[in-house]
Design a protein around this ligand. Structure first.
Ligand code: MN
Length: 258
């Protein structure tokens, strides 16, 4: 039986990146798409609880069952799991291909990766894919063989419990992609900068911009890999416990603790 592959993203169901992902996924399994009806980049792990969600069956991809959802990427995975596919077993959840990289700590802000993380929380093997090009017209063709390689491996081999894969693809022609590296997440930051202005009614507004700051010069990071022409694969997890810090805090458990 062909595996069932759930496809979602955060750039919206009409973004070229999800089309590329659907094309690869449909070579490997039966595909169902549940994706946002509007751009949801930067929504992280947000969910919708004060408004109802809308779900419409749409014909966006030839021959593929697809739904657009009014919610966030995480809403899409939840509604796919518990409504659209409630009677079926999802073998793989893939999100993207995002227009723009999701390297380093971007995993915390990215709707693409949060959708994959939500899949992993449901015990589904899940992968987020991102191309290092923010343009709507980005060329996803060179990424496809690598996307396929990671998806095939993920369908064949079980994941460690609670694991998702964060895959970043370099924006290069096929013959210049040097290979694939399994990496750690670089320890980088965004330095935020708000642009201030006045709206047409004279009210002040603040518009978040910012600059990506590389502080980690390791050669084993996702940032290094993509900058040097490799596909970066970071195994990630939702467990944010800092196990190394637990011992330092043990004194709190002792009422007379010092
Ligand atoms: Mn996006």
């Amino acid at each position: 039986m062909r595996p069932l592959i759930l496809v979602t993203n955060d750039d919206g169901i009409v973004a070229p990146g999800i089309r590329a992902l659907v094309e690869v996924a449909s070579e490997l399994g039966d595909v169902v798409v549940v994706a946002p009806d509007s751009p949801q980049s930067g929504k992280g792990h947000a969910i919708t609880i004060h408004d109802p969600l809308r779900l419409n069956k749409v014909k966006v991809f030839p021959g593929i069952e697809a739904y657009e959802c009014s919610g966030t990427p995480v809403d899409c995975v939840k509604i796919a799991r518990y409504v659209v596919l409630k009677d079926r077993t999802i073998d793989l959840c893939v999100s993207g291909i995002n227009h723009g990289n999701n390297l380093s700590i971007s995993i915390l802000y990215s709707g693409t990766l949060s959708a994959a993380m939500e899949g992993s929380l449901e015990g589904i093997r899940s992968i987020g894919f991102s191309l290092d090009n923010y343009s709507f017209d980005a060329d996803f063709e060179p990424s496809k063989p690598w996307v396929r390689r990671v998806m095939e491996h993920s369908l064949a081999k079980p994941f460690q419990p609670g694991t998702l894969l964060n895959v970043n693809l370099p924006n290069l022609p096929a013959d210049l992609i040097r290979g694939l590296k399994v990496c750690r997440q670089a320890d980088d930051r965004w330095v935020e900068k708000f642009q201030e202005g006045r709206d047409p009614r004279g009210q002040p507004y603040y518009w978040l911009g910012g600059q990506y700051l590389t502080m980690d010069d390791g050669t084993d990071t996702d940032v290094w890999a993509v900058k040097n022409g490799y596909v970066a694969v970071v195994p990630a997890m939702h467990d944010l416990t800092n196990y190394r810090a637990m011992a330092d805090l043990q004194v709190l458990e002792n009422p007379a603790g010092r």
